[in-house]
Design a protein around this ligand. Structure first.
Ligand code: COA
Length: 260
C-alpha cells in the first residue's frame, strides 16, 4: 500500500512521522488510519528506530479530528466498528508500542487528534495549539479512547467538563492540567521533541519497553500494575542491556545499549 498521507523520515534512530493532509487540517480518514497502522507496525519491528515523533503538517493543525465527512451516513454497527478498529489498530496500538512515541502538537488537536496525542507516551505543544474533545457538539462522543485517557491524564472532573462543554483548551491550560509537559514556540517544537528524543536515546531500549508496559498496566483493570512492575523489573535482569548498563556505570563509561 502506498503511503500517501504521512511523511516518514528516519534519522539517527529517531523516526519522524508527519500526518500530511493539510487541506483538511490533517483530519483522520480511513486511509490515514490505515497508513498509521502500517507505519507504526513497521517501526515496531525496526530495531534501528528507538524513538518516534508524531506531528502534523502545516502551521495550523496537529489533527482536527476524525474525518467527519466519512461517518455522517454510518449506522450504529458501523459506528461501533469504526471505534473498535481505530482503537485496536491505531490508538491502543500506539500506546502499547515497544518504544517511546512523542506527540509534538503543532496546532489544533481536536477529537481524534487529541485522542491520538493522548495515545502517545510524551506530549509537548506549540503555543498556538488548541486541544479539546468537541464530539458531543456533533451528536456523538469521543470514540478513540478519549473518555478514558483524558480522565486518566487530567482527572475525571476536568475531563468530564471539557467533554460536556466541548470547550477547547489553550496550550497553557493544557500545560497547567498536565496534558502536555512543555509549551514552546512553533519554531522550537520539533527541536524540543528532538531534545527529548536525545535524552531517551541514552537509555536502554529494553528497559524503555518494559517501563511503557508497566506504566500502561495502571490503566488496565485486568492487570495488577504492581505485579506487572515486579515481573518487568525481573525481566530486565535477564537482558544484555542490564549487564551493559550496570557494567558501564561501574567502569565509569557511557553504556552502549543494543536493546537485547
Ligand atoms: N473532518 C473533516 N474535515 C475537516 C475536519 C474534520 N474533523 N476538520 C477540518 N476539516 C476541513 C474543513 O471541512 C475544511 O475543508 P474545506 O476547505 O474543504 O471546506 C478544512 O478542513 C479547513 O477547515 P476550516 O473549518 O475551514 O478551518 P477553520 O480554521 O475555520 O476551523 C477548526 C478550524 C479546527 C476549528 C474547524 O475545522 C473544526 O471545527 N473542525 C472539526 C473539529 C471536530 O469537531 N473534530 C472532531 C471530529 S469527531
Amino acid at each position: 500500500m502506498d503511503i500517501a498521507n504521512l511523511q516518514l523520515k528516519i534519522q539517527d534512530q529517531v523516526a519522524w512521522i508527519q500526518i500530511d493532509r493539510p487541506t483538511k487540517l490533517n483530519a483522520l480518514n480511513k486511509k490515514v488510519l490505515e497508513e498509521l497502522h502500517i507505519v507504526f507496525s513497521e517501526l515496531r519491528s525496526n530495531t534501528s528506530v528507538r524513538v518516534i515523533v508524531l506531528t502534523g503538517s502545516g502551521e495550523k493543525s496537529f489533527v482536527a479530528g476524525a474525518d467527519i465527512s466519512e461517518f455522517v451516513e454510518f449506522s450504529q454497527s458501523q459506528g461501533k466498528a469504526l471505534s473498535q478498529t481505530g482503537q485496536d489498530q491505531v490508538f491502543t496500538f500506539i500506546e502499547q508500542m515497544n518504544k517511546p512515541v512523542i506527540a509534538a502538537i503543532n496546532g489544533f488537536a481536536l477529537g481524534g487528534g487529541l485522542e491520538l496525542a493522548m495515545s502517545c507516551h510524551v506530549r509537548i505543544a506549540s503555543d498556538n495549539a488548541r486541544m479539546g474533545l468537541p464530539e458531543t457538539s456533533l451528536g456523538v462522543i469521543p470514540g478513540y479512547g478519549g473518555t478514558q485517557r483524558l480522565a486518566h491524564i487530567i482527572g475525571k472532573g476536568r475531563a468530564t467538563e471539557l467533554i460536556l462543554t466541548c470547550q477547547m483548551m489553550t496550550a497553557v491550560q493544557a500545560l497547567d492540567y498536565g496534558l502536555v509537559t512543555q509549551v514552546v514556540t512553533q519554531e522550537e517544537l520539533l527541536p524540543t521533541a528532538a531534545s527529548i528524543a536525545q535524552k531517551i536515546l541514552k537509555n536502554s531500549p529494553f528497559a524503555l519497553n518494559q517501563a511503557i508496559h508497566a506504566v500502561n498496566a495502571l490503566y488496565d483493570e485486568n492487570q495488577n500494575g504492581y505485579e506487572v512492575e515486579i515481573n518487568a523489573f525481573g525481566t530486565c535482569f535477564g537482558s544484555e542491556d542490564f549487564k551493559e548498563g550496570t557494567q558501564a556505570f561501574l567502569e565509569k563509561r557511557k553504556a552502549n545499549f543494543t536493546g537485547n
